[in-house]
Structures are given as structure tokens and as C-alpha cells.
Design a protein around this ligand. Structure first.
Ligand SMILES: NC(=O)c1ccc[n+]([C@@H]2O[C@H](COP(=O)([O-])OP(=O)(O)OC[C@H]3O[C@@H](n4cnc5c(N)ncnc54)[C@H](OP(=O)(O)O)[C@@H]3O)[C@@H](O)[C@H]2O)c1
Length: 216
């Protein structure tokens, strides 16, 4: 299909991890527009910068937004600026701008967690802000103000190097570890998104939690 006939998919946080896997997976099907601070992306910039967010909203027309960029294990200001302020801004502004299409917010199963004794502060911020993003997403999905579908995806552990404490390792390496589960491949999230986007026009998957299951 000619590029100009393809639907446009905007993916944030597309220099590695889930965003990169989505860009690779969807490149043939959609006209993919990618955003990150580094790497081979269409728009290089910092999503915690309001001027950069405004520029994206001004310049990019998207049929599908994968609202994916986030940090884990950072200080409160950085976490709230990216994980809620930037994602919330993009969700709201693209919802306003789009006449039809789909916004997919990458949340986390952490959004559904009630916390635990000894939970470190950076984990509290991450979980609470993912929970806030999920609520925002769900309200847009439920409001149905226009012909734009909104989905929150809430995965558990994915095999990426998000945060300093988490590293992406090979599946073979994981199978040797004592962990009772194996993280999902980032490309699996792209497959789930593909399935969500292919639902009939009269339904929307507004929220989906994906848990890791035991090894064997
Ligand atoms: N990995 C997991 O176990 C897991 C589980 C549940 C949910 N999630 C969610 O899945 C999504 C993707 O996570 P991931 O694991 O793929 O993370 P990742 O590998 O660390 O990738 C994060 C992406 O966000 C970009 N980014 C970070 N800060 C940015 C900023 N200020 N401005 C612009 N781009 C920025 C990074 O690119 P640059 O550094 O080049 O800017 C990178 O492309 C996130 O929403 C995360 O919360 C992850």
C-alpha cells in the first residue's frame, strides 16, 4: 500500500523496548511516526518539555496514538512529568484533535496494585501514576464523546531494560533463573495492540490487564 494511503500511527518512546517493538511490528501496515530523545526516530525530543509536546500536537496528524513512553525508578518529578503529565497531555490533545481513530495508553498491571508493606517510594509513584493514567484513559473511553476509541493496556513484566534495576535478558537466561515466571516479549504487546485495533467498529477493548504466568 502507498504510504499516503496508510493510516498514521504515532508511537512515543520508540527508541527501544515496547515502543521500538511496536514500530518494527507495524511499519508495513501503518505510516509509523516515532518519538524519543535518542535513536533513529521521526521526532527527537523530550516529552517532559511542554513546548515539544505542543509541537507534536501541532505537527502530527495521527489515526492511532500509542501513548507508551514512561520511566521507572526515577525521582518523583521526572516520573510525574513523563508518566502522567506528558501522557495525559497527549491523550487529551490527540483526543481533541482526532475525528476518528484509536488511542492506546500503555499503563501497567501496577495500576491495579494496592501496594505492599515496604514498597519503595519510586514504586509508589510509578504505581499511583499508572493508576491515574488508567483512570484518565477509562474516563475518555467511557465518555465516548466522539468516534475515537481509547484503550488502557496493563501488562506485568515485559523483557525490556526499563529502570536501572530491570534489565532485558535472553529467554534462555530467564529460564535458568529461579523466578517463577518469564517476562513477555515486547513484540507480544504489539501483537495485543494489533488484536485490539482489529476489533469490530461497534466494540472497544477499553482496558486489558496481562499477567505473567508460571513457567511451565
Ligand atoms: N518493562 C516492563 O516490565 C513494563 C511493564 C508494564 C508496563 N510497562 C510500560 O510499558 C511502556 C514501555 O516501557 P519499556 O519497558 O519499553 O521501557 P524502555 O525500554 O525504558 O523504553 C522507554 C522509552 O521511552 C523513551 N523515553 C523515556 N523518557 C523520555 C522522555 N523524557 N521523552 C521522550 N521519550 C522518553 C525512551 O527513549 P529515550 O531514552 O531515547 O528518550 C524509550 O524509547 C511504559 O509505559 C512502561 O511503563 C513496562
Amino acid at each position: 500500500m502507498l504510504a499516503e494511503n496508510k493510516q498514521r500511527m504515532l508511537i512515543t518512546g520508540a527508541s527501544r523496548g515496547v515502543g521500538k517493538a511496536c514500530a518494527d511490528y507495524f511499519r508495513d501496515k501503518y505510516q509509523v511516526i516515532t518519538v524519543a530523545r535518542t535513536g533513529d526516530v521521526t521526532y527527537r525530543g523530550d516529552l517532559t518539555n511542554l513546548e515539544f509536546l505542543k509541537k507534536l500536537c501541532r505537527e502530527v496528524d495521527a489515526d492511532i496514538l500509542i501513548n507508551n513512553a514512561a520511566v521507572y525508578g526515577k525521582d518523583f518529578q521526572t516520573t510525574i512529568d513523563l508518566n502522567l503529565r506528558a501522557t495525559g497531555y497527549l491523550l487529551s490533545e490527540f483526543y481533541k484533535k482526532m475525528t476518528t481513530g484509536h488511542i492506546i495508553n500503555i499503563c501497567s498491571s501496577s495500576a491495579n496494585s494496592t501496594g505492599w508493606v515496604g514498597m519503595p517510594p519510586e514504586r509508589i509513584w510509578y504505581n499511583a501514576l499508572k493508576s491515574a493514567l488508567k483512570t484518565l484513559s477509562k474516563h475518555f473511553a467511557d465518555a465516548k464523546l466522539k468516534n475515537v476509541k481509547v484503550t488502557s493496556i496493563e501488562p506485568a513484566r515485559i523483557n525490556t531494560a526499563i529502570g536501572e534495576s530491570l534489565i532485558a535478558v535472553s529467554e534462555e537466561e530467564y529460564s535458568k533463573q529461579t523466578l517463577p515466571w518469564i517476562p513477555m516479549k515486547p513484540s507480544y504487546i504489539a501483537e495485543v495492540i494489533d488484536w485490539i485495533l482489529s476489533q469490530p467498529a461497534h466494540v472497544v477493548i477499553s482496558s486489558i490487564e496481562i499477567q505473567n504466568f508460571k513457567k511451565g
